[in-house]
Design a protein around this ligand. Structure first.
Ligand SMILES: [Zn+2]
Length: 172
């Protein structure tokens, strides 16, 4: 028995595949760039950021964190030839709403002490929340620029998407 979410997938994919005509695209992104943005359900990267199928890597995680996306960025650049990164965080981000100790308390309560140990071991004890949106973009960009895994030749810019208006503005 399929869940409602599974039923939606099956039904919507059926009509999508019926009209699908782009099965011959190359693996490397045609426009050689990667977007790092948040997993927030209110963001439609393809539509809002003008990304056509096959153009770019879209790497999504909580907060649109380049640190959390480092593995993906290295693979994107070294194996698949991207040369530019757009970092796009957004207004109303969930990462503005808690501190590490809050998240840790919830993990401890719901998942137990061994799970807390895993947060330390695999996440360096850091869920990467932030208190100031523009500052978070700047810090993320500085972090990317200082990483030995990201060549100096890679272009990096920082942006904020407004979930209230659909507009994007440059901050770095
Ligand atoms: Zn967010």
């Amino acid at each position: 028995m399929a869940t409602p979410v599974q039923q939606n997938l099956i039904a919507k994919n059926k009509s999508y595949a019926a009209n699908f005509r782009q099965g011959n695209l190359a693996l490397p992104p045609a426009k050689k760039y990667a977007v790092v943005t948040c997993m927030d359900a209110r963001i439609d990267p393809a539509a809002a950021f003008g990304i056509s199928l096959g153009d770019a890597h879209v790497i999504r995680n909580a907060g649109g964190s380049c640190r959390a996306a480092l593995r993906d960025l290295v693979l994107s650049q070294q194996l698949l030839g991207t040369t530019e990164i757009l970092v796009i965080k957004h207004t109303g981000c969930g990462m503005l709403t808690f501190k590490n100790e809050d998240a840790m308390a919830v993990v401890r309560k719901n998942l137990g002490n061994e799970a807390v140990w895993e947060v330390g071991a695999f996440l360096n004890g850091d869920f990467l929340p932030f208190g100031d949106l523009e500052k978070a973009v700047m810090e993320d960009i500085e972090w990317v620029r200082s990483s030995k895994l990201i060549p100096k030749s890679i272009g990096v810019s920082g942006w904020i998407y407004e979930v209230e208006t659909g507009r994007v503005r440059r901050v770095a």
